[in-house]
Design a protein around this ligand. Structure first.
Ligand code: FA5
Length: 352
């Protein structure tokens, strides 16, 4: 009796399954047969009324039918899924002409642009790019640059001392002595040293952390003409071919003679404007011939060797070149500010 009922459920189920085309109908059918209150489950519940001999046979038959139906249900479910996918794929077309979402691109920081441009230029003239420690000793930052303790010129630079002997370097000139001392064979020195420097200053044109690039050349027969020619090439490349240089006598303890170098104002071409405060000139760097004491202190015979050195504030150069009015903008990393420099290098070429 039960056996026939089970077979009936099975056959009817198979018939219905084959007509089903939709997921929900399939689920409903599955519930009416295999669910908690489903037809097959009910049969199992009624098993207690069967005779002891019948019971295991019916139980086995129910299990067999359930397994078979479950396999069939998942087969139909897979077919439905496949159909849904195929329909979706045939309907969904991709419009390749739609504009894409542009990812936000980083742009090169103006200071890095300036540094790279300077490095390229000097490397092309045979210079090496070297670096030195930012946490420097008093010895290299001052003493070996002809600035003994108590020298009044130390007051020119307000320093961050970390201990009595160690400070954050106030100038890339600190690397001069390191390069000379390391060069035991006394081969010609031609180096530039771009890097971070620190002073206790803070306003629109002075930052507590800023960047300089040092230049140092030491060899036999180096003259002021070499310094002048080098700086001319340097400044014309950075600020435009019409740039003129003016050397003003100045004082640095590590050079003699010393000069501050002004460039003709690239905004007004030297006629006078607000940028150059109507003078036609802009002060840009310190330079001079390496002081004989510095040569001597760092292992060079000043009778045989001579050299020149210069130090440029890179922030200042970047500000002029890219028309930036506040040095602090260079350190805030505001993407809206930085995005403005997402252009090709040629577009910045200063012409007048
Ligand atoms: C020097 O630091 C010398 N070491 C330069 C030098 C090198 C002279 C080799 C001779 C031979 P000065 O203190 O003037 O010089 O600084 C050089 C440049 O660094 C300045 O012209 C300026 O552009 C920049 N600078 C100085 N202090 C700051 C600051 N707080 N913030 C931004 N730029 C600064």
């Amino acid at each position: 009796m039960l056996k026939e009922e089970i077979e009936k459920i099975y056959n009817e189920a198979l018939e219905k399954i084959n007509d089903i085309k939709e997921e929900q109908a399939l689920k409903d059918l599955k519930a009416t047969i295999l669910g908690k209150k489903g037809e097959l489950t009910e049969i199992l519940k009624g098993l207690k009324d069967a005779t002891p001999e019948e019971r295991p046979k019916i139980g086995a038959l129910v299990n067999e039918v359930r397994d078979s139906l479950e396999a069939k249900f998942s087969e139909v479910q897979n077919a439905i899924n496949q159909k849904i996918l195929e329909e979706k794929l045939s309907k969904d077309t991709i419009d390749v002409t739609l504009p894409s979402n542009k990812p936000i691109r980083g742009s090169k920081h103006p200071l890095n642009r300036v540094i790279e441009e300077i490095e390229d230029l000097f490397v092309s003239m045979g210079y090496d790019v070297v670096s030195g420690p930012e946490l420097e000793t008093d010895e290299f930052c001052f003493k070996r640059l002809n600035l003994p303790e108590g020298h009044p010129a130390r007051d020119m630079q307000d320093s961050f001392y970390i201990t009595e002997e160690n400070l954050l370097r106030t100038q890339t000139s600190a690397v001069q002595a390191r390069v000379m001392m390391a060069n035991e064979e006394k081969t010609p020195i031609r180096v530039i040293v771009p890097g971070k420097t620190y002073r206790r200053e803070d306003d629109a044109t002075h930052s507590h952390q800023f960047n300089q690039v040092e230049g140092l050349v030491v060899d036999e027969n180096i003259s002021f003409a070499d310094l002048k020619g080098t700086l001319e090439v340097f400044m014309k490349k950075m600020l435009g071919q019409n740039t003129e240089l003016r050397f003003r006598p100045s004082y640095f303890p590590f050079t003699e003679p010393s000069y501050e170098v002004d460039v003709s104002c690239f905004k007004c071409g030297g006629k006078g404007c607000n940028l150059c405060k109507q003078t036609g000139w802009i002060e840009l760097l310190g330079s001079g011939m390496v002081h004989p004491n510095v040569l001597k202190m760092n292992g060079y015979d000043p009778e045989k060797y001579s050299g020149f050195a210069f130090g440029v504030g890179l922030d200042r150069l970047a500000m002029f070149k890219y028309d930036i009015t506040d040095i602090r903008l260079l350190y805030r990393n505001d993407v809206r500010f930085l995005k403005q420099f997402d252009r090709k290098d040629e577009e910045y070429e200063i012409k007048y």
